[in-house]
Design a protein. Structure first.
Length: 206
């Protein structure tokens, strides 16, 4: 990407800030092994920049043993790591709109916290491969609204669960795995990424 981020630290948590001098902002929360250099997060970032958003990529890291907790505790852990940065930007700048993008682990704080709170400013929520197999995630998604992208080869995929989420904008990628890629099919993986981003752009512009 042509715009280079400033690398910052706030409350001991590193993050990348892309400054577009905008009145709207996007907060991005990565997965455990799916960081911002991976295709979908990289191009989601550039799409947000194309649409004129300031972008904050939160770069939390956790020890493996920290994942030996109940899912709700993991969600709180990620939220606590990210929220001071989110709060800092929302209170120190006159933003009029926010978008939250979470990949897998990064969907936890969005679903369990940000979607449940009264938003400070109008906000939209983007969930890439959310862990729908966790009951608390499903409970907190019902009767809410977000953009959800998930593949049919993802272990968290469930037709039954998605049927309960008709209030959401659903993008289902046939044969895509938890990275939203097609195993042993590079061109189809690229096509899948393009399809998801095209639908995401339409969602954000409506």
């Amino acid at each position: 990407m042509t715009i280079k981020p400033s690398k910052e630290i706030y409350n001991d948590i590193a993050y990348n800030f892309f400054d577009m001098n905008s009145n709207k902002i996007c907060f991005m929360f990565s997965g455990t092994g799916y960081n911002y250099d991976k295709p979908l997060m990289h191009y989601a970032t550039t799409l947000m920049l194309d649409l004129g958003y300031d972008v904050v990529q939160v770069c939390y890291t956790f020890e493996q043993q920290q994942f030996n907790q109940p899912p709700e505790a993991i969600s709180e852990m990620v939220y606590n790591a990210a929220n001071s940065i989110v709060t800092y930007y929302l209170h120190s700048n006159a933003y009029k709109e926010a978008v939250f993008v979470g990949k897998s682990l990064g969907a936890f704080p969005i679903v369990d916290y940000y979607m449940q709170q009264e938003a400070i400013i109008p906000s939209r929520y983007i969930l890439l491969t959310p862990p729908l197999s966790f009951e608390h995630i499903m409970q907190n998604l019902v009767n809410r609204h977000s953009f959800i992208a998930i593949g049919t080869a993802d272990p968290h995929f469930s037709n039954e669960k998605l049927h309960q989420l008709k209030s959401h904008q659903l993008t289902i990628a046939t044969n895509a795995d938890h990275s939203l890629e097609i195993t042993n099919n590079t061109l189809e993986s690229i096509s899948t990424c393009q399809t998801i981003l095209t639908k995401l752009k339409i969602y954000l512009q409506n």
